[in-house]
Write a protein that binds this ligand. Structure first.
Ligand SMILES: Nc1nc2c(ncn2[C@@H]2O[C@H](COP(=O)(O)OP(=O)(O)OP(=O)(O)O)[C@@H](O)[C@H]2O)c(=O)[nH]1
Ligand SMILES: [Mg+2]
Length: 285
């Protein structure tokens, strides 16, 4: 097993470029819509977003809410609300939650627009910037607003390559952006959480490390899912080889001279990626 790739220093040039481009349009932006992954409400926040968005009004969207453990994620929602943030939950796959975001944008624009009205001016069109780490559902969300698939989406990080402005109606424009990360991961656990939710490309970390992280988190918080999806009662580091062997058998993966550890790792990662495992939240308060 590969235990060496522990120093994650992943910051491709296109993310640097995106940050610069976002900074350059911020003076025209009224509201920042920050999309996070509801399964990792801490790890999927961009730590230095304020320095990019320059303190604009913000809505935190708990994306992929259909995939999280609601009991745990709701604790984060309460925390962020208590910290003074405007928070909305969103399942872009099965619901029209985007309408809640329209309401919040209108609320945030109200004071400004009331002033304009008192001067006899029309309401200002809200220009909203949609930002977040890769693969959290930014483009999917914008497509819901647009009522059609105007933007390309996909179940892997780095699908959106450029900033683009989508006209929703006469009251609202949304700017889609490529997912961004930050220059250094100080916290290994956070990087592994991001990789577990396919936010960092799996090639950046060792895939067996990501797989082991997922098994550890399931062992800690969701033992029933460990049994149901992988046929093991528990996971511990001392028995990593035995656990992989059992999973290989449970999943009927062909064995040559020895167990195909890489293939087992992909089976584990894909179980989350393909939504076979739902109702999980890895960040805990
Ligand atoms: N279950 C679920 N899946 C979602 C939701 N929103 C988006 N997805 C899926 O997540 C994947 C990524 O969606 P995108 O909209 O491409 O994500 P993005 O944030 O634009 O990604 P980048 O452009 O790569 O930064 C797609 O497979 C979507 O179908 C959601 O609310 N629930
Ligand atoms: Mg996108």
């Amino acid at each position: 097993m590969n235990e060496n790739k522990t120093n994650i220093n992943y910051y491709p040039g296109h993310m640097y470029k995106t940050r610069k481009e976002i900074s350059s349009i911020m003076s025209n932006i009224d509201v920042v819509i920050e999309v996070i992954d509801s399964r990792i409400p801490a790890s999927s926040r961009i730590p230095d977003l304020d320095s990019v968005t320059k303190g604009n009004k913000r809505i935190i969207v708990f994306g992929k809410y259909d995939l999280c453990d609601k009991d745990e994620t709701n604790k984060w929602i309460t925390k962020y609300k208590n910290d003074g943030n405007c928070v909305v939950t969103c399942d872009s796959k099965n619901s029209n939650d985007y309408k809640k975001i329209i309401n919040e944008v209108n609320n945030l624009m109200k004071e400004y627009n009331d002033k304009r009205k008192s001067k006899g001016l029309l309401a200002k069109k809200a220009k909203c910037l949609v930002v977040g780490v890769p693969n959290v559902g930014k483009s999917t969300l914008i497509n819901k607003f647009a009522g059609k698939g105007v933007l390309t989406t996909g179940n892997k990080p780095g699908v959106t390559k450029n900033l683009s402005t989508i006209r929703i109606n006469e009251y609202m424009d949304l700017v889609d952006t490529p997912g961004i990360l930050w220059p250094k991961f100080s916290d290994q656990n956070m990087a592994l959480n991001l990789a577990s939710m396919t936010i960092i490309k799996e090639e950046i970390l060792a895939i067996d490390m990501i797989a082991v992280h997922i098994l550890k988190m399931l062992d800690k918080y969701y033992k029933d899912k460990l049994k149901e999806c992988f046929g093991i009662d528990y996971y511990n580091d001392d028995e990593v080889v035995e656990c992989f062997e059992k999973i290989s058998k449970f999943k009927n993966i062909p064995v040559n001279t020895e167990v195909d550890y890489e293939r087992v790792s992909y089976v584990i990662i894909n179980a989350i990626k393909q939504e076979k495992i739902k109702g999980i939240t890895f960040d805990r308060l």
